[in-house]
Design a protein around this ligand. Structure first.
Ligand SMILES: *Cc1c(COP(=O)(O)O)cnc(C)c1O
Length: 389
């Protein structure tokens, strides 16, 4: 049996989290508006990343919504992002009445290809939203240069990339203007559901804090300065997240150690590509790319050997998701996708991001990864990989 992020044997929830939840319950204060836990979590998150501000939210999607709202696109403005991610990357763009524009990805990492991003930039582009897929560092230094050249904001989705190290040595989330993280059940650390944003820009931090709390500046009075929702994290979640944040370095060290062991074990296998940067990767999942395709059969063979593996990660890349291709978005309307002029209407569906489509359909296999894997788990996976090819 492989430990999983869905059971206690594959989580790091222990006495520290129990003490944290109990401390909050005994205090009688469960709301972060008046409590101390979420404010402390934000301070610890900012310190960990060497930035001046962190703002908590109720989910990773909410954190991304804070970031997109802070970028302040006008209705119909475009935000360039990746077709291989969680839908939580895209939903906030639509929710702010902006248009997601998908750029194609690198065939080996599945991360945004900077050349494809450069080609997708147009007169109404407002931001680039990059994802560090599976914990592999996205090329954020290049994307930042591109963003600066065109006056765009760079937002990093680090939901799968806790403590990922980018090529220039910076932590994921600190190259863009805002980094967004998730504390959902299946992420490296969890409080059930929760999110965090980090930034060095006080104005962006202020906008995000207002957006998470109904536009209400709590230190001023009962006034509403700007449109905002209620995306507040509770004190219970914040206290558990603080205990989890303290365990993050251990989680990453364990995942990196066992991932390195698997990389060594499969080093000679032809036709199989794995990440080559085990100490900067966060190993949310262990991705493999089959140069010759056949990912369904390959994953099936691994599953027959009891390995928690899946083909493609997604059923279809996000630019082919029914929600974008043909479903109504508001009421019966396809607004905001209908706002751009005819020559810049967004193009979704098969054929528009062929590299991402091939990854999902033919070449990508992901294996669940966990900090509780032992050498024996890794060796079992290595044996199954040798048999599957
Ligand atoms: C999980 C995830 C999200 C959304 O986070 P939630 O906490 O589930 O809302 C967004 N982007 C990526 C890349 C994710 O993996």
């Amino acid at each position: 049996m492989f430990p999983s992020m869905a059971d206690s044997g594959g989580r790091t929830l222990g006495d520290e989290e129990i003490a944290a939840a109990t401390r909050v319950l005994r205090s009688g204060m469960l709301s972060s508006v008046w409590g101390t836990e979420v404010r402390a979590l934000e301070a610890e998150m900012a310190t960990l990343h060497g930035v001046s501000h962190a703002v908590a939210a109720s989910s990773g999607t909410a954190a991304l919504h804070l970031a997109v709202a802070a970028a302040a696109p006008d209705p119909g403005d475009e935000i360039i992002t990746t077709p291989i991610s969680d839908f939580g990357t895209v939903a906030p763009i639509l929710a702010q009445n902006a248009v997601p524009v998908f750029a194609d990805v690198d065939p080996h990492t599945g991360n945004l290809d900077p050349d494809a991003v450069a080609k997708a930039i147009g007169p109404r582009t407002r931001a680039i939203l990059a994802v560090h897929l599976f914990g592999a560092p996205a090329p954020v230094a290049q994307l930042r240069e591109l963003a600066d050249r065109h006056g765009l904001m760079l937002i990093e989705d680090c939901a799968q990339a806790w403590l990922t190290r980018c090529a220039d040595g910076r932590l994921a989330g600190t190259t863009g203007s805002i980094g967004c993280f998730s504390l959902q059940q299946w992420k490296h650390i969890t409080c059930g559901d929760g999110g965090l944003t980090i930034t060095d820009d006080p104005e962006l931090a202020r906008r995000m804090r207002l957006f998470a709390d109904k536009g209400w500046p709590r230190d001023v009075g009962r006034s509403h300065l700007s449109l905002g929702l209620n995306y507040r994290m509770t004190e219970l979640s914040g206290a558990v997240a603080r205990a989890q944040l303290a365990k993050l370095p251990g989680v990453l060290a364990a995942r990196r150690r066992t991932a390195t062991r698997l990389l060594d074990a499969i080093a000679g296998l032809p036709g199989l590509r794995a990440p080559d940067n085990p100490d900067s990767h966060a190993w949310w999942l262990f991705p493999l790319v089959l140069e010759a395709g056949g990912n369904r059969e390959f994953a099936e063979s691994l599953r027959a050997d009891g390995i928690p593996a899946r083909a493609g990660y997604l059923q279809e890349p996000l630019h082919c998701a029914p929600a974008l291709v043909d479903a109504p978005i508001y009421g019966t309307s396809r607004f905001p996708l209908t706002v751009p002029p005819a020559d810049r209407l967004p193009e979704y569906g098969p054929g528009t991001c062929p590299v991402a489509e091939r990854l999902v359909r033919d070449t990508l296999v992901v294996i669940d990864w966990n900090e509780r894997y032992t050498d024996e788990h890794v060796d079992t996976i290595a044996t199954a990989l040798r048999r599957a090819r």
